[in-house]
Design a protein around this ligand. Structure first.
Ligand code: ZN
Length: 258
């Protein structure tokens, strides 16, 4: 129907609908930006919690490594003690044999054996003493680490619950915004909501921008005058030819409190 124009009252309704949609979209975006901010803050808090957990895990790991060294030392000790006992038994046996020996030659051979066994026993005793010293020192170090770890866990536990509380506060504050968001979306045409979502993805969260003094505030480029006039009439959904964002012409709020 060329040249057809809606009766004035219908055109007025159309204008009001577009204006209202744009206004609602703008408000929706304000909520979404707020939610984006909350999500960002929440993520960085969760990263903080991870870092704290990491600290405790590292301290635990160090502790376990020391425990392993201690276990190896203890095993060495047991081994050395067994060898020492066997060696002592050899010596006792040889000494008993010595009393029953008849020939000089045999006597010398067994005496030599005993001397070698005693030397071995001394060496083993020294080794064992070394292991005992190392093990005792390590036990002290482990006890120290353990109490440090406990203090760290306590300290970090407190820090974590502080951060977690902030996360909980953020999460509970989201609920109201999300229901406000739902309300806005329910009154908007689906196609507009879809377009809004796509634009937000493409334009770093900003789908709807204001026009002021002839420019798009999304990209700061001047809008063509014809477009600006249409925008001023408010009966069409206008997109910026440069950044493709939806442009809204908002009445500046009056400042009365002067
Ligand atoms: Zn633009």
């Amino acid at each position: 129907m060329p040249g057809f124009r809606l009766p004035y009252s219908n055109r007025l309704k159309g204008v009001q609908a577009v204006k209202k949609n744009l206004e609602t979209l703008y408000e929706l975006q304000e909520i979404d930006l707020k939610l984006d901010g909350i999500a960002g803050a929440r993520n960085s808090l969760l990263t903080e919690i991870d870092a704290l957990d990491q600290k405790v895990a590292e301290a635990h790991q160090e502790m376990l490594a020391k425990d392993e060294v201690l276990a190896a030392l203890e095993a060495d000790k047991v081994q050395l003690e067994a060898t020492l006992a066997a060696e002592a038994e050899n010596i006792t046996r040889s000494e008993a044999r010595l009393k029953e020996i008849k020939t000089q030659k045999e006597y010398l051979a067994v005496s030599k054996e005993i001397t070698a066994a005693r030397k071995m026993r001394t060496e083993l005793e020294e080794q064992l003493l070394q292991k005992i010293t190392q093990s005792d020192e390590l036990k002290v170090a482990i006890a120290e680490s353990r109490s440090k770890l406990e203090a760290l866990e306590k300290n970090i536990g407190a820090q974590k619950s502080e951060v977690q509380q902030k996360v909980d506060e953020l999460e509970s504050s989201i609920a109201a915004d999300q229901s406000a968001r739902e309300e806005k979306i329910n009154v908007l045409p689906q196609s507009v909501v879809k377009r809004y979502g796509r634009l937000r993805e493409m334009r770093r969260g900003l789908a709807v921008v204001e026009a002021r003094d002839g420019s798009c505030l999304g990209c700061n480029i001047n809008l063509p005058p014809q477009l600006y006039n249409t925008l001023f009439r408010g009966d069409e959904l206008i997109t910026c030819p440069h950044c493709q964002r939806m442009v809204v012409f908002r009445q500046q709020p009056q400042v009365n409190n002067k």
